[in-house]
Ligand binder design. Structure first.
Ligand code: PLP
Length: 433
């Protein structure tokens, strides 16, 4: 099948797999094995020398995981992907594959709290400086750039503000310098394809919508295959100078017979080899089950969330609803430019009565789960200031858009009447009605 011509709904079910050649199995088998028998000594040597790509050891690749990688790469319009053990590992690898001690990246400040911590503290301790900028002003990326800037980084639909990132504008600035834009597209699979707007790399926490059932932690990086890493070799030394840890390979040259996969191949054979954050074949299988229904699920997440946004916007006692449909001006224009088919399943709101009312609301929910997750089939709620963003200082919380009374909802796939009934019950309890 020509995958490029197929629609996302079809790719989500078919990309990367037809049937098992030895058994005819239609479902992707779980290859629960650490290692793979080489045909002979020449075969083993050629795999290790990357003359041909193939299975060596499950830390580096695995046939079950390979299908997941191909499928998400097809959905995002990329040429290759690397699955890893979590979204956090994907964010770390996406940056560490381009930047080392002494280098910097420029990142939007509107980030998931875990990514913010990784960037502000752990990468900093490793000598990689992350320069945080206001995502609403694309020129801020240019201003923060210097000769050691290796990448730009942002989320498509960052919570809590839920203001869509100016992907094409920032990607275009990056291209002037030879700097790739890495997009975390966790919140918007199928709704937005950042690679179509000029991003070079996309990452996902597959824990969320891609997996969709709250069973398995995972992460994935997709290589768009179009970024010209050689155009400005001093800008990207890790892909353009000999790599001592792989017989002096220069990745942009070494991959020439294999396709435009310098970035993603290096991430696999250097970072995954050395740091070992591999996805287990069982998790890859679980996440593949989720991918098969992601298109249908996303539609329902979007429509349910829109109905909740409309309901809360008209509700007495709700002081603010944070959802792209409530935005105006530039923020709304970006949402409509970059998101097609809906605004995802995330929504925030504030109650009159602030923190106390917010806490009462969460405690009074009966069907919604109170958990630190999003993108699940179930509806979820959390109070970010006291949980996901609690390791940030008060100023950092405000900078990332977490006000004290903010409640975040991840709207699930239940019937909308049941979702609204649960919200109403909790609102009445919180507002003392
Ligand atoms: N990126 C975003 C936007 C997230 O929401 C999360 C987790 O909440 C992550 C990355 C990290 O993913 P994981 O929890 O799979 O490590």
């Amino acid at each position: 099948m020509s995958e490029r011509a197929l629609h996302p709904e079809t790719l989500a079910i078919h990309a990367g797999w037809r049937a098992d050649p030895s058994t005819g199995s239609v479902a992707v088998p779980i290859h629960q094995t650490t290692s793979f028998q080489f045909r002979d000594a020449d075969h083993a040597a050629s795999l290790f020398a990357l003359q041909e790509l193939g299975n060596i050891y499950t830390r580096i690749m695995n046939p079950t995981t390979d299908v997941l990688e191909k499928r998400v790469a097809a959905l995002e319009g990329g040429v290759g992907a690397l699955a890893v053990s979590s979204g956090q590992a994907a964010s770390a690898f996406a940056v560490q594959n381009l930047a080392k001690a002494g280098d910097n990246i420029v990142s939007s400040i509107a980030l998931y709290g875990g990514t913010y911590n990784l960037f502000a503290n752990t990468l900093k301790d490793q000598g990689i400086e992350v320069r945080f900028v206001d995502p609403t002003d694309p020129e801020a990326f240019r201003k923060a750039t210097d000769e050691r800037t290796r990448a730009y980084y942002a989320e498509t639909l960052p919570n809590p503000k839920l203001e869509v990132f100016p992907i094409a504008e920032v990607a275009a600035i990056g291209k002037e310098f030879g700097i790739p834009l890495i997009m975390d597209n966790t919140a918007a699979p199928l709704l937005c394809r950042p690679l179509d707007h000029g991003a070079a790399i996309v990452m996902h926490s597959t824990t969320k919508y891609i997996g969709g059932h709250g069973t398995s932690i995972g992460g994935l990086i997709v290589d768009g295959g179009t970024f010209d890493w050689e155009a400005n070799p001093e800008r990207q030394p890790m892909l353009n100078t000999p790599d001592a840890s792989y017989h002096g390979a220069v990745w942009t040259q070494a991959v020439k017979p294999l396709g435009p996969i310098a970035y993603i191949l290096r991430a696999r054979v250097i970072l995954l080899r050395d740091l070992g954050s591999a996805m287990s074949p069982f998790n890859a299988f679980q996440i593949l089950q989720g991918v098969e229904t992601v298109a249908l699920r996303i539609e329902r997440h979007c429509s349910n969330t829109q109905k909740v946004a409309d309901h809360l916007a008209a509700r007495k006692g709700v002081s603010r609803v944070i959802h792209p449909s409530q935005q105006t001006g530039e923020a709304r224009a970006r949402a409509d430019r970059y998101m097609k088919g809906g605004y995802s399943g995330l929504l925030g709101f504030e109650l009159e009565g602030g923190v106390e009312a917010g806490r009462k609301f969460i405690d009074a929910l009966q069907m919604f789960y109170h958990v630190a997750n999003l993108g699940d089939a179930r509806s979820l709620a959390i109070h970010p200031a006291s949980t996901t963003h609690s390791q940030l200082t008060a100023e950092e919380q405000v900078a990332t858009g977490v006000t004290p009374g903010y409640v975040r909802l991840s709207i699930g796939l239940e019937h909308i009447d049941d979702i609204l009934a649960d919200l109403e019950g909790a609102l009445r309890a919180a507002l003392g009605e």
